[in-house]
Write a protein that binds this ligand. Structure first.
Ligand code: FAD
Length: 509
């Protein structure tokens, strides 16, 4: 965003210090909570605080309705376990509350994947957890591990820089709250903002890369409720041809409906033709919003309600739909504002278009997001940049801190199932001390050498970002124990503690 009205000097003022902690985690998504809880488990004497701008924990899972934590990032389609640790524990905690898709419980009970008699493994990334249970489970994990949280507090700048092992370090941040600006002091900061905020404040443009706008879009889900699921399934098996169909067997699909399990379809090109025939203005207006002009009709149930209608059971579904996508700058507030406004208008139009689907005649919007989802904001510069070759070539590293599955790269791709080592060096800034990267924002190759941003894409998977954050938490705890900087952490000790915390560091046999 180019400033168009000149500049103004911010006056100097005294800022009260609200807290002084050992470890400060910026951002309270499942990744921020993973980092904070694992830091406490690794070092009970370390004080840990999460600051979060929202009024709840859960990040984009809650604000953007991304409730599809992917167990295929933990167990591949051959049934080999590739990741456990805090990511699996968080899923267990959410599932134990009882409102998530029963397929999660089956997975936890060791019944899949591969699921017996379920033919299409590709969809195993699209099974939903319950959004309200995610919020509560994360809160409880913080309470149990003694992590302090500060909500409604946005970190806005680094504290004045210090130097220790030859690099600048910010020992804390300023936060804005409803009661004004405060300082929070910390020995180590873990940046789980998902935007590499701290690296950018401390190191400026040299410490981060902002990718161009052509690769991964801004986008959001919306939920549409009141769908007659039996009528929908009838329609599925009349049309038959889809890009994704889960389960891809009629009886199993009906069983899923009756058991409250997810069903997924992607296709429905004939429905788009019907919208064109009857209400072309819906599509014309949608196209004018500046979106990528494509409607996927990628539909996945997130909730099934059984209703007894005079002794006959009716199954009413709530579906997640993929909203419009925008290729624009994800760090320019004006572009983001435009996208927020247009995605809201877009999903309202989509909800009307979706009424042409079988069983969707009385469907209506249930939830829209409170923030559009970002896929590429800033890429921080670390000691090592993970590459496309590392991800697809099953990279092995001595400083492995967990195993990645490749997220979308692994979807239905047997070549990727073996996974790759995630090296500690992608969590450590190239030239900043006192800071670790967590969440989806780690040091990866950018689009100047890989125009598909493969490594960035691999690391935006929720489960993979929890694996990374667990390691950041444990590394920060070791820094506090021995008074060192993240770049000085003893890899052997880090790996030992991660193994104690149930992290898998070896590839599947
Ligand atoms: C449309 C869409 C669909 C997706 N589908 C899937 C999927 O099916 N499966 C999957 O695994 N992944 C999916 N992803 C990717 C995934 O949602 C994200 O990569 C992941 O949720 C990011 O988690 P995170 O912890 O890195 O970031 P976030 O969830 O964005 O968390 C960052 C947290 O930090 C807080 N924060 C940020 N800045 C500050 C600050 N300065 N001060 C205080 N707090 C701050 C935010 O409020 C937020 O709570 C999808 C993404 C999109 C956009």
């Amino acid at each position: 965003m180019a400033p168009s009205h000149g500049v103004i000097m911010e006056p100097e003022k005294e800022i009260p210090v609200l807290r002084e902690v050992d470890i400060l985690v910026i951002g309270g998504s499942q990744s921020g909570v993973a980092a904070a809880a694992c830091a406490r488990r690794a070092n009970k004497n370390a004080s840990v605080l999460i600051v979060e701008q929202n009024g709840y924990l859960g990040g984009q899972s809650v604000s953007g309705l991304v409730v599809h934590y992917e167990f295929r990032e933990h167990t591949n389609n051959k049934g080999q376990v590739i990741a456990k640790g805090i990511g699996k524990e968080i899923i267990e905690r959410v599932v134990s509350k009882g409102h998530s898709d029963p397929l999660f419980q089956e997975w936890l009970d060791g019944k899949g994947p591969p699921f017996k008699n379920v033919p299409d493994g590709r969809a195993h990334g699209d099974i939903p957890l319950d959004v309200n249970d995610i919020k509560l489970a994360l809160l409880e994990l913080c309470e149990e591990t003694g992590v302090e949280i500060l909500l409604h507090a946005k970190a806005v700048a680094a504290l004045p820089l210090e130097e220790s092992s030859g690099f600048p370090a910010s020992r804390g941040v300023f936060v804005e709250t409803i009661n004004g600006r405060f300082a929070i002091k910390a020995r180590v900061i873990i940046d789980c903002s998902a935007n590499a905020d701290v690296a950018w404040w401390v190191g400026g443009p040299d410490a981060v890369h902002v990718p161009g706008v052509n690769v991964m879009s801004m986008q959001a889900y919306a939920w549409i409720e009141n769908v007659d699921l039996e009528a929908f399934v009838d329609g599925v098996w009349k049309q038959k041809s889809f890009q994704v169909l889960y389960p891809n067997d009629e009886k199993q699909m009906r069983d899923h409906v009756h058991q409250g399990k997810t069903i997924i379809t992607r296709g429905w090109t004939r429905t788009l033709d019907e919208v064109y025939d009857h209400e072309p203005e819906l599509i014309d207006t949608y196209d004018e919003l500046g979106t990528i002009p494509q409607i996927y009709f990628w539909l996945k149930t997130v909730k099934t309600t059984r209703v007894d209608c005079d002794g006959k059971m009716k199954y009413i579904g709530t579906f997640a739909i993929e909203g419009p996508q925008f290729r624009d700058s994800q760090v320019d507030p004006l572009a983001v504002t435009r996208a927020e406004i247009n995605q809201l208008k877009g999903v309202h139009l989509q909800a009307r278009m979706h009424r042409y689907l079988p069983g969707w005649e009385n469907a209506r919007l249930d939830r829209t997001v409170s923030r559009i989802g970002f896929r590429q904001t800033r890429i921080p510069r670390g000691i090592y940049k993970l590459t496309k070759d590392d991800v697809i070539g099953h990279g092995r590293f001595d400083d492995v801190i967990g195993r990645g599955s490749g997220h979308d790269i692994g979807r239905g791709n047997p070549e990727a199932e073996f996974g790759y080592d995630i090296p500690y060096r992608i969590l450590v800034p190239e030239a900043i001390d006192g800071l670790l990267f967590g969440a989806r924002c780690v040091s990866v190759e950018d689009e100047t050498t890989d125009d598909m941003l493969t490594a960035l894409n691999a690391h935006r998977g929720i489960s993979t970002s929890m694996i990374v954050s667990q390691a950041a938490g444990v590394a920060a705890a070791l820094c506090i124990k021995t008074g060192i900087e993240p770049r000085q952490v003893n890899i052997g000790l880090l790996q030992e503690e991660l193994r104690k915390q149930d992290v898998i560091l070896d590839p599947p046999s």
